[in-house]
Design a protein around this ligand. Structure first.
Ligand SMILES: [Zn+2]
Length: 159
């Protein structure tokens, strides 16, 4: 498994947490971290998972879903100045001109966690050292599309 990820070496810490080191140049906070069966993109994300597991054990959190995916833009087809969904095309062809139309793949946003709290609250979390331009943009599109959900940026983790 480690080899298939193109990673060079493993380091097991005293607390049993395993850190996988990338062979390429190190990016700050972007060290792949393995906890249990899960591999996280950054150490901070792994630490947040441990924190959420503790909250679950304490009964504060009832469910933790990893890498929940959300569609921000559906896959679409464009022809004759018109946008079509998959059902509007006849065998992949434009209903107006009859030409075959290639699909433009939609945009998926993958958050880090979907956390359900005992009081029923659901929070979508993205764990990052700081707010990025891309995050702000994802957050706007996410909020617009999913008004019933809250996307939260988690900047710090308590050990
Ligand atoms: Zn057409």
């Amino acid at each position: 498994m480690v080899r298939s990820l193109g990673l060079r070496c493993l380091e097991v810490q005293e607390d049993g947490e395993m850190i996988i080191k990338r062979s390429g140049p190190r990016v700050k906070n972007a060290q792949k971290t393995k906890i249990g069966d899960h591999i996280f993109d950054s150490k901070m994300e792994g630490l947040r998972f441990i924190e959420l597991e503790r909250l679950k054990q304490a009964g504060i959190v009832t469910e933790i879903e990893l890498q929940p995916g959300f569609s921000l833009l559906p896959t679409y087809w464009k022809c004759c100045n018109t946008i079509f969904g998959s059902l509007e095309l006849k065998k992949g062809k434009c209903p107006y001109c009859g030409k075959k139309v290639p699909a433009t793949r939609g945009i998926m946003y993958h958050a880090d966690f979907r956390v359900t709290y005992a009081d029923g609250r659901v929070e979508i979390e993205d764990v990052k050292g700081h707010e990025t331009e891309i995050f702000r943009r994802n957050q706007k599109e996410f909020e617009y599309k999913y008004p019933e959900l809250t996307l939260k940026l988690v900047k710090g983790v308590h050990r």
